[in-house]
Design a protein around this ligand. Sequence first.
Ligand code: PMT
Length: 403
Amino acid sequence: MSILSGKNILLGVTAGIAAYKTAHLTRLFVRAGAQVKVVMTPKSMEFVTPLTLSTLSKNPVVSEFISHDEENETWNSHVELGLWADYFLVAPATANSLSKMVKGTADNLLIATYLSAKCPVYIAPAMDLDMYKHPSTTQNLDNLASFGNIIIPAETGELASGLIGEGRMAEPETIVAFMEQHIQKSLPLYGKNVLITAGPTYESIDPVRFIGNHSSGKMGFELAKQAAGMGANVVLIAGPSQQSCDDFPIKRIDVTSAQEMYEAVFQYYDQMHLVIAAAAVADYKPVEVASQKIKKSEDQLTLTLVKNPDILAAMGKVKKQQILVGFALETENELENALGKLKRKNLDAIVLNSLQDFGAGFQKDTNKVTFIDRFENKTTFALQSKKEVAKDIINQILTIYHV
Ligand code: PMT
């Protein structure tokens, strides 16, 4: 899945011949799963039509501060457009528009939107070779880069003038790949290895029965997706669960029992920077697993159970560079029990959720958690979707610790 999936991309088109390539560029963004809006300078419409770009982007294209149709006048707010965008790409960016962007000459909607945008701005210059290497242009590009904009270098090749040299706008595929890589590298967990455990474990009694619990895996899967979205290399070790993470770049390892989860975790633990244990691991398992289905005969059946390995405590014992975060699911004496686990298991933080709280815990799409760091500072988050909870947990970890 592209890192651009679900993102709002604002494409600013200025008046250069390379504007014809923005039709393909728009298609590539849409194919990557992004929402695309287009703002054009009035002159750029001589190179590519708004109809083409609005059809491909599935959004109206704007170019004037006020749009007129047969009956109405509509105010196109550059501020709203600028704030809507997660990323703003100006492509092609002509020498004239570069100069206006440097000076802040807001005499068209595109430049006014650029000045209002708070998001990262990418600029793909395009012009003839002598214009491109003119000191005015190089200085403008340097200035724009010094303002925090990201320049996508022009390429060398045949130009519209027939001359050959540097100044061609980067190809649409190159622009998309450039943005994807740049965004990926700027993510807070880029290059970090994150391991998440999720779901229940099943401890077999016989070939058809097991001891399990009500965990659906939702909380752990949301954490894995969130970490992947923040650029991490994620390993998700999941007990039996109906949840899916197919659309995310996540290495998923399915296990059934606590022993299998333990073995899978320790295959990866050494290389991890962050581990979050959201799985509800069975504390006990039957001493023996019957090889055949146990027949219904006596009125009472006694199972003898033996302790499973405590996976999290085992990780705590050999912790080195890893930031280790556990969960505590409690029904009483919540805080006391959570603090006990934080210390006993040598954790950096513990996330407490209580079955006493409405909307929290197993199976639900929501959760209500208190994050407790290793200094016992507590932050309680409101009841919210598990997706939002996952985001808060990882942000909290990143605020407190250097992962
Ligand atoms: O999966 P959902 O339906 O979305 O529900 C989410 C959840 C309620 C399961 C999740 O939010 C949660 O609280 N997970 C931990 C549940 C639990 O088993 O808590 P515990 O207090 O028993 O265990 C404490 C910690 O030790 C946990 O991080 C657990 O993963 C870990 N542990 C426990 C026992 C064991 N043998 N090995 C472990 O690693």
